[in-house]
Design a protein around this ligand. Structure first.
Ligand code: R1P
Ligand code: URA
Length: 341
């Protein structure tokens, strides 16, 4: 028995570890329990919180293994899974691989399912799999280097920059090399981040627009004094919270490769199809989520509550009330976006 309590003994492929029931090695889940629409959160404790927004009595599955908590229920009658990744793009890589297995590997037939775009279906009786039906929205927290972005604001991702190295292990499909993405990448590489290898990609435009529309709708319903600010831009993901995001602590001071990271990112202006874009926020998971989702043809995006303002003009941290309010609104707009067709 593994420490997940599942049976990984016997005839198990070491490159695709599954129990005979099709439970994956890290996410304690089998295919039929994972919805096509998925909310991802970093903090495992946030899974229960998101669960309280699901339809009453709708939760059909709940499990926990390492930092990955999972529940599956419904929102306005539509099946939704909520899943924690833990912190960092390395954990997101694990979760994305196992979501891919659970969505597209047939445990009974021991082969990958045919996709709609495949020329030769492996099985004429099988309904081909449409990858664009898999939608993933991350609801997280973040900091900002941008003086236009207030504390408690919702940062919505349009473009993604990976300051981590997770997706350097994956060759990018054409979608990760568009002219717009190359503009973002070139400008970031021209900063001191050129000393570490960076990569770039884009959130699914329909998810970005869905989050904006849902936030606009939320604000129409709300009173003038409780408007939820949001900001759409570029999300930069670090492989750590401190030096990897330009925070120099104690005796690490003087040892950072990119000591002026927040100033450099805050000053950037990207000229892309949507007009001028700026860096909206810095967090630790979005780059791998968007990059690997693009590679698989899944649709992904991120909305994060700004808890740390690290701009030239203001250096503040969110109060518990600001965090709670921002998270509540982020969860609502993510769920509303997720259930749209
Ligand atoms: C760091 O404190 C963590 O918070 C942010 C970062 O991305 C990192 O995971 O997101 P979550 O609140 O989703 O964990
Ligand atoms: N999460 C991060 O990764 N960075 C911040 O500054 C705040 C939250």
């Amino acid at each position: 028995m593994s420490d997940s309590g599942c049976d990984f003994s016997g005839d198990v492929d070491p490159d695709l570890p599954l129990t005979p029931d099709g439970v994956t090695y890290h996410i304690a889940c089998s295919s039929e329990r994972l919805a096509d629409r998925i909310i991802l959160v970093g903090d495992p404790g946030r899974v229960k919180m998101v669960g309280t927004y699901l339809d009453s009595g709708s939760i059909i599955y709940e499990a926990s293994h390492r930092e990955i908590n999972i529940i599956t229920g419904a929102y306005h009658g539509v099946p939704v899974t909520v899943l924690s990744t833990g912190m960092g793009t390395d954990n997101v890589e694990i979760v994305m691989n196992e979501v891919h297995i659970l969505k597209e590997y047939d445990t009974q037939k021991r082969r990958w399912r045919t996709r709609v775009e495949d020329d030769t279906p492996a099985d004429l009786l099988e309904t081909p799999f449409d990858p664009s039906k898999v939608k993933l929205i991350r609801v997280g927290t973040c900091g900002t280097p941008n003086d236009e972005v207030p504390i408690g604001c919702l940062a919505i991702t349009r473009y993604a920059v990976g300051m981590d190295n997770t997706c350097q292990y994956y060759g990018a499909p054409a979608v990760n090399y568009t002219a717009d993405v190359m503009e973002v990448l070139a400008k970031v590489q021209a900063t001191s981040l050129g000393k570490v290898q960076v990569y770039a990609t884009k959130a699914a435009p329909a998810i970005t627009q869905g989050l904006v529309d849902a936030c606009t709708a939320l604000n129409k319903e709300a009173g003038v004094s409780v408007q939820q600010p949001y900001y759409v831009g570029v999300t930069c993901s670090g492989s750590g919270f401190y030096g990897c995001q330009g925070r120099s602590v104690g005796r690490f001071r003087g040892h950072l490769t990119v000591p002026h990271l927040t100033k450099e990112l805050g000053d950037l202006r990207f000229n892309v199809s949507e007009g001028e874009q700026r860096v909206a926020n810095i967090e630790m998971e979005n780059s791998a989520l968007c990059y690997l989702s693009n590679l698989l043809g899944y649709q992904a995006g991120t909305v994060c509550v700004v808890v740390a303002r690290r701009s030239r003009t203001d250096r503040t941290f969110a109060t518990p009330e600001q965090l709670a309010r921002g998270l509540s609104n982020a969860i609502t707009i993510a769920l509303e976006t997720l259930i749209k067709d």
